[in-house]
Design a protein around this ligand. Structure first.
Ligand code: ATP
Ligand code: MG
Length: 428
């Protein structure tokens, strides 16, 4: 027997039974982007490998060990995108969209990282992100953070998430800080794990981002970048904190928050929960003022964030099912009695779809006994069923309208009575 085919490890099918939670989040995100005046950008899933090496940084987890990179048939090195920001910057430069203009963009789609699969960590996962270009002040930082806070509020998750903020200062300040950090960790070299020892000289700030609990105390006692910030970065950070205070958005300043990508400057932030175990960061972002220039464009300040949709879906799924059920569309089942011409049910279903677009019409195809059709309708969560040509029906009133979950007597109706009846039920 031939081997059974399976999905690639760490890449998930999103089955019809859970897709509605995804659609709910996606629809909400789309609505919010309209309310905030952000415009969608869609970029290819494949980019030249160099784009990610030059933007994310050579000594980061992503570029060192997580990218899906291969040579295409021409021998060009191609990579499946591990994140969305680099592609947005590339597209903006390529199409000249950063000259004397500001841009507010959003994207949503799959990202690919060859990580060890575990709950909340997959090899193909989905991100939604916002990116704003051309704004240097803390106003845009505050707007984008307000967007994320509103998203949690709408999803009923605000109480479960904590906003953590930090400032990474300018590259010049970071350079000085780097020396101090190396000196500190060198003093405690024997306490570092293998990854951190390797990073010590190449990217010591990444040690602060380590998830290894054995390093927690060492990291907590490390010198803090926030104590060495330049005036401009400090003012920017203060400005952001004031705006968040005015918006009533609570935050915690976490001096160890550094983010796993090299391109950040000044503000960085994460929304963190304790509900998802070690995969507790749901959303992360910050300012990346140097990236456009670094990739060959004109110097352009920028700010953005990305949220992992899988982690949101699992938080939502842990919530009460009542909340989720209230988001379901109303379901109406249409079936034909055993000896009735199926085309009558088909035509009725089409009419109902034109006249009552808010309803989900489940037309029973495949025939069979009415008893089984009702069983199926119940499984589909139908509230009502219409049977064409039921034995109680007459030529003048050929449709039997039945309640599936309530003790209400069925009624026989003709088509126009049926439409009126449904409309009045839907208005209630
Ligand atoms: P982590 O520290 O958890 O590895 P990261 O710093 O690599 O996260 P970002 O690149 O900032 O993550 O991505 C933003 C968000 O995308 C994360 O907060 C998370 O919700 C989600 N995310 C990142 N990697 C994965 C993954 N492999 N599987 C599922 N979601 C992910
Ligand atoms: Mg990661």
């Amino acid at each position: 027997m031939s081997k059974r085919l399976q999905a690639v490890r760490g890449m998930n099918d999103i089955l019809p039974s859970t897709v509605q939670d995804w659609q709910y989040i996606e629809n909400l995100l789309r609505q919010l982007t309209v309310a905030y005046g952000y415009h969608e950008i869609r970029t290819p899933h494949l980019e030249q490998t160099e784009l990610f090496c030059r933007s994310i940084g050579d000594v980061t987890d992503i570029v060192e060990k997580e990218m899906y990179t291969f040579d295409d048939r021409n021998g060009d090195s191609i990579t499946l995108r591990p994140e969305g920001t680099a592609s947005c910057v590339r597209a903006g430069i390529e199409h000249g969209l950063f000259y004397h203009q500001t841009q507010k963009w959003w994207y949503m789609g799959p990202m690919f990282r060859h990580e060890r699969p575990q709950k909340g960590r997959y090899r193909q996962f989905y991100q939604f992100g916002l990116e704003a270009f051309g704004f240097s002040g803390p106003d845009i930082d505050a707007e984008i953070i307000a967007f994320s806070a509103r998203l949690w509020k709408e999803l009923g998750l605000l109480d479960s998430l904590e906003l953590q903020l930090n400032s990474l200062g300018t590259p010049a300040i970071r350079q000085q800080y780097r020396e101090q950090l190396i000196a500190y960790f060198q003093q405690h070299h024997d306490q570092l794990d293998e990854d951190s020892q390797r990073r010590l000289l190449s990217n010591p700030m990444r040690i602060l981002d380590s998830k290894n609990p054995a390093l927690a105390t060492l990291i907590a006692n490390a010198p803090k970048l926030s104590e060495h910030l330049d005036d401009e970065s400090q003012q920017h950070f203060q400005g952001l904190c004031t705006l968040l205070d005015k918006l009533g958005i609570a935050y915690v300043i976490n001096p160890c928050l550094v983010r796993g990508l090299d391109y950040y400057t000044k503000t960085v932030f994460e929304w963190v929960t304790t509900e998802l175990g070690t995969q507790g960061t749901v959303c992360a972002g910050g300012r990346y003022d140097g990236l456009v220039e670094q990739l060959g464009g004109q110097a352009t300040p920028a700010f953005g964030f990305a949220v992992g949709i899988e982690r949101l879906v699992s938080m939502l799924q842990a919530r009460d099912s009542e909340h989720r059920a209230s988001r379901q569309p109303m379901v109406l089942s249409v079936m034909a009695a055993e000896d009735v011409d199926f085309s009558r049910a088909l035509i009725l279903a089409e009419t109902l779809r034109s006249r009552c677009p808010a309803l989900r019409i489940e037309l029973h195809c495949g025939g069979g006994r009415l008893k089984n059709q009702f069983k199926r309708a119940n499984q589909q969560g139908a509230r009502w069923a219409i049977v064409v040509g039921d034995e109680q029906a007459t030529a003048a009133e050929p449709f039997m309208f039945k309640w599936l979950q309530e003790e209400t007597l069925p009624i026989a109706l003709n088509e126009s009575q049926l439409l009126l009846h449904l409309q009045s039920l839907l208005e209630q």
